[in-house]
Design a protein. Sequence first.
Length: 235
Amino acid sequence: MTVPQPYAAIFFDMDGTLFDLVACERETLRRLLAEEAPALSPATGEAFLTAYAAVSPSHWASGLAGDASREEIVNGILATVCAQPEMDLFSQTSLAERYWQLFADVAVLEADAQEILALLSSRYRLGVISNGYADTQRPRLAAAGLTDYFETIAVSGELGWAKPDARIFAHALAQLDVAPAAALYVGDSLSHDLAGALAAGLDFWLYRPKGGDGLNLPVGVTLVTALSQLAAILG
């Protein structure tokens, strides 16, 4: 663990860092199922959620690599789940738009996220740098009651640059008129967050609540397993 620098600003990733993305997806699906299949038994609903979680990552990886729209990706996931035995619960072809409407209002936070932001906001300038869709990320911050903690919110869907592109980090820094060497970025992704932050000249702390076994982190990168550790490390 390195000795913290006297940072002027701290930037946060959203999904997987401030928000529990898996829990947000599950809650969105619960609401969708409640609307579209209200007579569904709890056991079948849980089986549907489990099946969705099992196929979702591969669909997102291949869909984004192939430049598919988010609606196409979600409809592909739903179609795969509904093709499984006893999972043909509804016609999924028109549900993706509703999924994203519901997702924008779901705000399941990582443990201690709000508390640590409240504490750090009294000592540091805070910002968000997130890969995501323009019409979901800001509403989700608002639904969680987090918006007012941040002086700048940089969303890839609005700017056209996505992590690890250093330009989205440069944009956020410029918004606060802060030099890269005076900023810290906290995120959960090695390929997007770590690579982008280091390329842009920011210090990086990796948030991994399950620990970092097997990870070979670059010198100077700090691993935190709970957001509450941020205040303790920063002193």
